[in-house]
Design a binder for this molecule. Structure first.
Ligand SMILES: Cc1cc2nc3c(=O)[nH]c(=O)nc-3n(C[C@H](O)[C@H](O)[C@H](O)COP(=O)(O)O)c2cc1C
Length: 233
């Protein structure tokens, strides 16, 4: 059983709460895994060229091409994204838009697989975790757990954090804020959050080891997606 982990944060591994949490989920799965950061990767959004409709292979020539086989080969996924403007960041959005290549005709390459989503925000990470769940549902991939946490907003280290009226330190601690190292949220120092990520990893691993019935999972996800469309009408 192999899990593909993707961190959508553009920050360096050691500075990214998303990367840390995705890694924690993977480490606790008990499965083989590969963790890839999208930092520095060149991945454009879908350009609706329809070059993928015949064979489910995207024809855009960028770093997504090298990820395609890994996506197809994996039995499960752990996807993490930072919260940018209450949704996923653009890099993760582009990465997931390009999954359009798997959605045509016999698009069952990914159907019925299972995933965990991870969101990290300067205030909260729920929104990106839920957004990725929605993207995965379009490929009938079930999100078995979502992990959401608070990471270090760059406002703490930009140099203007104590005076910037729209920065997170002032928003969270008030206009008299004096920034201290202890004040800066670090996902690795939040035991409840690490436990949440570990539990999500364990659940994903258990689900895979129990023999995920992909056909059954895909049918359940198809019904869920249809119900979602029904709500929107
Ligand atoms: C362009 C931009 C927009 C952001 N918007 C939000 C936001 O709407 N809500 C929030 O909670 N944090 C927001 N943040 C803060 C990041 O989510 C926060 O720094 C988080 O720790 C990033 O995850 P990372 O450490 O994995 O990069 C924003 C950061 C940037 C750079």
């Amino acid at each position: 059983m192999k899990i593909l982990g993707i961190s959508g944060s553009p920050r360096k591994e050691g500075q990214s709460g998303t990367y840390t949490l995705v890694k924690t989920v993977l480490e606790n799965s008990g499965c083989d895994y590969e963790l890839i950061s999208l930092r520095g990767k060149r991945i454009a959004g879908c350009i609706a060229c329809l070059g993928c409709v015949k064979d489910n292979v995207c024809k855009v020539d960028d770093d997504m091409a090298g990820l395609r086989e890994k996506i197809v080969a994996a039995d499960g996924y752990v996807f993490g994204a930072p919260n940018y403007y209450s949704t996923i960041n653009a890099t993760m959005h582009a990465f997931l838009e390009r999954w359009f290549q798997f959605r045509h005709q016999t698009g069952d390459t990914l159907w019925g697989k299972v995933a965990v989503t991870v969101g990290v925000g300067g205030t909260a990470g729920q929104a990106p975790a839920e957004e990725m769940e929605k993207f995965l549902l379009y490929n009938f991939v079930e999100t078995v757990a979502k992990v959401a946490g608070q990471g270090a907003a760059s406002c703490y280290s930009c140099g203007y954090g104590e005076t910037c009226q729209v920065g997170i330190p002032v928003m969270l601690h008030g206009p008299e804020v004096r920034i201290t190292a202890e004040m800066i949220p670090d996902v690795a120092k939040q035991p409840g959050l690490i436990d949440q990520a570990a539990a999500a990893g364990l659940l994903l691993g258990q689900r895979l080891r129990a023999g995920n019935d992909r056909q059954k999972t895909a049918q359940a996800m198809q019904a869920r997606l249809m119900a979602k469309f029904g709500e929107a009408v």
